[in-house]
Design a protein around this ligand. Sequence first.
Ligand SMILES: [Zn+2]
Ligand SMILES: [Zn+2]
Length: 406
Amino acid sequence: MNQRPSRSDLYGEVDRISHELWGVALEIANKPELAFEERYASQRAVEYLKSHGFEVQTPYLWLDTAFRASFKLGDGGRRVAFLAEYDALPEIGHACGHPLIAGMSIGAVVALSRFRGLLPGEIVVIGTPAEEQVGGKVLLADGGAFDDIDCALMVHPSDRTEIVTSTLALFDVTFEFKGMAAHASAFPFQGRNALDAAIMTYCAISALRQQLPSDVRVHGIILEGGRVPNIIPDSAKMRYFVRAPQIEMAHEILKKIAQCAKGASLSTQTDVEIHVADTPYFPLLSNERLCSIFAGQLDLLHVPYEMRRDGKEAVGSSDVGNVSGLIPTLHPTLQVCERGVTCHTRGFASAAVTDRAKEAMVVGTKALAGTALEILSSPEIFKEVREEFLSRTAYVCDRLDVGHIS
Ligand SMILES: [Zn+2]
Ligand SMILES: [Zn+2]
């Protein structure tokens, strides 16, 4: 075998290791771990990659459960990264199917690694913890993890196969009100009620919602609102997510809801502290050239798909958006279960460990590996990917001054 590997050679390699990949995915699925606690999952992926000759750094940057595994195929060429997620959700376990993401990404690189010397470039897996909370990719991006990468590829399980996906920008904000405790019956006039401030903020934001564009999402909870009814609460805490199709729009709305909290604090003579998490999620900008290559692989594999959803349909947010602002990024979804069994449900967690999910994982691994094969083999194709990225990256992931809301 002394020529460029064919697609069928590559698919054959994926079939050969498919039982091993499913073993890794199932073991991770059976041991759900929350954000930044994914020790078992990251170690399992790392062990597997090391056993196939990958050089691995873990912890990676300053994240204990992140890793970077690399394998040089040949001189020159592109450095293609595959992203592996493996965090679970509280109480409902692996209800976003992240073990399948890990399985597909590590499977694609191990299959490609068989062609050392026959392709230029390097393949990398970046283990990205804490997608569901905090945003490991935001921290990795800030730490420079993607600075020397040419493009990033991953596939997310779903109840539908959709090629060009989009997500909303997201800010995570906490309001903390401080008042004055007092006996709620004997001396209520001595108190300043922090819970009232939280309730008024909640109502003010609910009223504001009518004036917000329909594709914006603002949703929150009260984390603390007093201990017992006979003490005027001197402390209350709320947490909100603010989401919008563009980061600038989300930031404008963040400023408006901060005004709701400030108004409530003024009315109740309490103090408010506003803390904005410094890991906002940027909206996902799917690279359409990468999408078309991936769709071509699904055609060859006889897998039906939708190119994109109706723009009015609801979407969530993901830290992969921050990667997509830095380098060309592929993030399609792949159907692993019946339509209507949506992620973040117990039903999805069960569906993601069935034989059907295994078959989907193998197909997704082939399509991912095949997409990378096109990029690694053809400088012209990568040039098109890069040009499309440069022409469409309207925003730059410069830090907004998110800690200061005036
Ligand atoms: Zn999720
Ligand atoms: Zn997910």
